[in-house]
Design a protein around this ligand. Sequence first.
Ligand code: CTP
Ligand code: MG
Length: 242
Amino acid sequence: MTAREADARRTLASVTIVVAAAGKGTRFGGEIAKQYLDIDGKTILEHALERLESLNPKEIVLVVAPDDDRYRQIPATARCRIVTGGDTRAQSVLNALQEINLDPDDWIMVHDAARPCFRMEDVIHLVDRATQNQAGGLLAHRVVETVKLADEHEQVVSTENRDALWLAQTPQLFRYGLLRGAMVDAIDSGVTVTDESSALEFAGYRPVLVEGARSNIKVTRPQDLELARWLLARDPAEKAPT
Ligand code: CTP
Ligand code: MG
């Protein structure tokens, strides 16, 4: 471990992590919300929580849907603070931010429950890089495919220049005060906020992109489940130091 990685691990001890798990999984479909689907004996949420716990953060705040009665069956949720989510992901995250009152300069990490396959080293790297930037930062990867702009008939209008295009992932890491204020303003202004970074961008900030593995997929459609299963089997979670 380099000295900077050791510093980042120490920083994590003062970081609160918000886990967004209040979605319905509409694109995935099915009876059970996707965060509660099983992969090798554990739910997707459980896999994500185990990995986050092994980072030894200050606290994990889990945002669940108002009608959720499944999270209690997951032992790791007993160690989380539970907050009720809202109609959108942004509202769910804002509910959590408003429930926890932190110092404005404290660092807060936000993660999607639907991303159980992130690499620890990428998160350590994120903490190292984002804490050096006033506007924080996020894991992301570069677009590698050729990007097409389509019309309403799914016919190609043009090919976009991908050189400056990145796909945002989570975790994302920001100063608590900045993020909370930016989320309130963005939601009040009716801006579409599909990740925390967009709220900061709307406020004029430039969060730093920290390149992470493309394998940090968001389980969104049924075909993603098999890939997540394969990725988790290949790279099991580290055990949390006791
Ligand atoms: N999420 C949330 N509150 C919402 C909507 C989403 O906490 N109101 C969470 C989801 O549980 C998920 C993460 O945000 O872990 C990323 O969202 P997404 O992949 O879009 O999940 P869903 O909204 O559940 O799926 P869909 O958009 O297909 O309905
Ligand atoms: Mg959604």
